[in-house]
Design a protein around this ligand. Structure first.
Ligand SMILES: *Cc1c(COP(=O)(O)O)cnc(C)c1O
Ligand code: SF4
Length: 351
């Protein structure tokens, strides 16, 4: 079952209409994100002839914020940022071993919106919306419509957390949880953080990379209240940066603000053919992250999800890249190279 995630930001961006508050910048950015392939190519001075094999008819539509397009190189059909968002006809190929739920999300769903795969942490599907549509997304076929849509609907599912005291960390994921407005997002995060056996919370997000203005002062204040408030629950934020060119001034500034407000910053990247499949690109990525105060946590071997086979690299390539990173970078700046095997008790560390 596929879910069309195209309705875009308005669904979760808060009240609309003439009586509404002035629209915040990030919500405008999301609304104005590029949704047309021809517009995207036009902005980059590229023609369809230079990029054979495109197909924009997927039910997982093109979505790219303008802030991200600005970091792409004009005239370069092989730009590593462009490659992450470009819908290709190859996505329609049926490839052996690539399925709809490669990572076993389905069997790990407990109550609507709650995935409990690993003993001590539960993952909440906070929303199906994202700031960008990454073509290699491992949840591109996820049935998001089954997850709770409002705080009231979460009531029932959150009771699962109350009944499972072995869960000491709750992860807000999706989709991208920062697609929710601050009131909803921190309503959920606050509820989770107030459980006595939950000692940490985590957010998985690509927003700081895609639309840095999402990290507004209201967000930072609410973050600080959880991190340094009376109960003081650490907030771990896992970013998703795949290439050094995604790290620019606005992202570095946002990382500083997040750290000042108490977040501990990690990154997860995916090893992607044509994007970051060389030693040099991984080295530059890890250095750039470390310089921005972000720990490269995981480098993922691609999850074998239908429509993503053209991004897959040999596992041996990843191993050799990471082995060499380890000889050149600080210990903390070398990510763990992992793959997810459905049914296992944790991610599987390859190296
Ligand atoms: C990856 C994942 C986590 C987090 O795993 P860590 O190794 O702690 O980062 C938690 N829940 C689910 C369902 C996951 O896929
Ligand atoms: S931001 Fe994450 S969930 Fe959203 S499309 Fe990209 S990889 Fe998938």
């Amino acid at each position: 079952m596929e879910f069309d995630r195209s309705p875009g930001p308005a669904a979760d961006a808060g009240p609309a209409g003439p009586a509404a508050q002035p629209v915040a910048t990030w919500q405008t950015s999301l609304r104005q994100a590029v949704r047309s392939l021809d517009e995207l190519l036009g902005m980059l001075g590229l023609s369809r002839e230079e990029l054979p094999g495109l197909d924009a008819t997927s039910s997982f539509p093109l979505l790219v914020p303008r802030e991200y397009v600005q970091r792409m190189e004009v005239g370069n059909p092989r730009d590593p940022l462009l490659a992450q968002v470009l819908p290709r006809a190859e996505e329609n190929l049926q490839v052996d071993g690539f399925g709809l739920d490669a990572v076993g999300d389905g069997p790990s769903a407990r109550l609507p919106g709650i995935l409990h795969k690993y003993q001590s942490r539960a993952l909440l599907i906070a929303t199906g919306l994202c700031a960008v549509h990454c073509r290699y997304c491992f949840r591109r076929h996820y049935p998001y419509e089954d997850s709770p849509a409002s705080l009231a609907q979460w009531d029932e599912s959150l009771r699962y957390l109350e009944k499972n005291p072995q869960i000491d960390e709750v992860i807000l994921s999706g989709g991208d949880p920062l697609s929710l407005g601050n009131a909803k997002l921190f309503g959920l995060l606050g509820r989770v953080a107030s459980l006595s056996h939950v000692s940490r919370v985590r957010i998985h997000t690509r927003f700081p990379v895609m639309i840095p203005s999402r990290i507004d002062s209201d967000f930072l204040e609410r973050l600080e209240a959880i991190a340094f408030g009376p109960e003081g629950k650490p907030v771990w934020i896992v970013l998703h940066v795949n290439h050094a060119r995604e790290i620019d001034g606005p992202l570095v500034e946002v990382c500083q603000r997040l750290r000042r407000s108490g977040a501990i910053l990690l990154n997860q990247a995916v090893l992607l053919r044509g994007v970051n499949d060389t030693f040099e690109s991984q080295r530059d990525l890890c250095k750039g992250l470390a310089d921005a105060g972000v720990v490269p946590y995981y480098l993922h071997q691609l999850d074998r999800v239908a429509g993503t086979a053209h991004f897959e690299c040999d596992e041996q390539l990843g191993e050799s890249i990471v082995a060499r990173l380890r000889t050149e970078l600080s210990g903390y700046a070398t990510p763990r190279f992992v793959r997810e095997i459905a049914g296992e008790a944790s991610k599987t560390v390859i190296l």
